[in-house]
Design a protein around this ligand. Structure first.
Ligand SMILES: Nc1nc2c(ncn2[C@@H]2O[C@H](COP(=O)(O)OP(=O)(O)OP(=O)(O)O)[C@@H](O)[C@H]2O)c(=O)[nH]1
Ligand SMILES: [Mg+2]
Length: 170
């Protein structure tokens, strides 16, 4: 567990140095987004997690008008249930839809293939193929891609197989 989160931390630090980062966690239902937040926040796995029905956004009141503004994230974490292969096609569609949005240009992406404690899960190479991760780089800005060419540790795109539950490969 320590190794994985150290790596994640180093990856994020490499991108942002000591800045405070706004991270958006996305993924299909029940892929493990809330578990990821819990584990990375407290280091503790808990079975006791209920489906998320709310989300965070910024609300600004201007006179009589209330604006609901989504913060542009510094990075996107896309969580996939790597044991639920039936949902890979939908996950691929949603991921590509998300990244083709102009406001996400230049935003680094971390893909987590969660639940690798479950037998029959897709290993990371299968996941990369199923999600067409290789085509994603073309959706990321030239600036970030050039960073990627210069220094491997600044990859704008990382894909890991992991488990919040067993903390295998962490
Ligand atoms: N076996 C296993 N189960 C996991 C893992 N991570 C999460 N789960 C379980 O998967 C279910 C969904 O986890 P959540 O963290 O609620 O997933 P979510 O993406 O936040 O779900 P929504 O908020 O409904 O979109 C829960 O029953 C978790 O206990 C894992 O690594 N392994
Ligand atoms: Mg949730």
């Amino acid at each position: 567990m320590v190794g994985f989160f150290d790596s994640l931390f180093q990856w994020f630090s490499g991108l942002f140095f000591s800045k405070t980062a706004e991270i958006t966690i996305v993924g299909l239902q029940a892929s493990g987004k809330t578990s990821f937040v819990h584990v990375i926040g407290s280091g503790q796995w808990s079975e006791d997690v209920v489906p998320t029905v709310a989300f965070h956004f910024r609300k600004v009141r201007k006179g009589n008008v209330t604006l609901k503004i989504w913060d542009l994230a510094d990075a996107v974490v896309f969580v996939v249930d790597s044991s639920d292969k039936d949902k890979f096609e939908t996950a691929q569609f949603e991921l590509h839809q998300l990244l083709s949005h102009p406001t996400l240009r230049g935003v680094p992406l971390l893909v987590l293939g969660n639940k690798n404690d479950i037998e029959g899960h897709a290993p990371v190479n299968e996941l990369i193929k199923a999600l067409s991760v290789h085509t994603i780089l073309s959706l990321i800005s030239t600036h970030i891609v050039s960073l990627w060419r210069v220094a491997d540790e600044r990859l704008p795109l990382q894909c890991y197989s992991c488990s919040m539950k067993s903390q295998h490969n962490l």
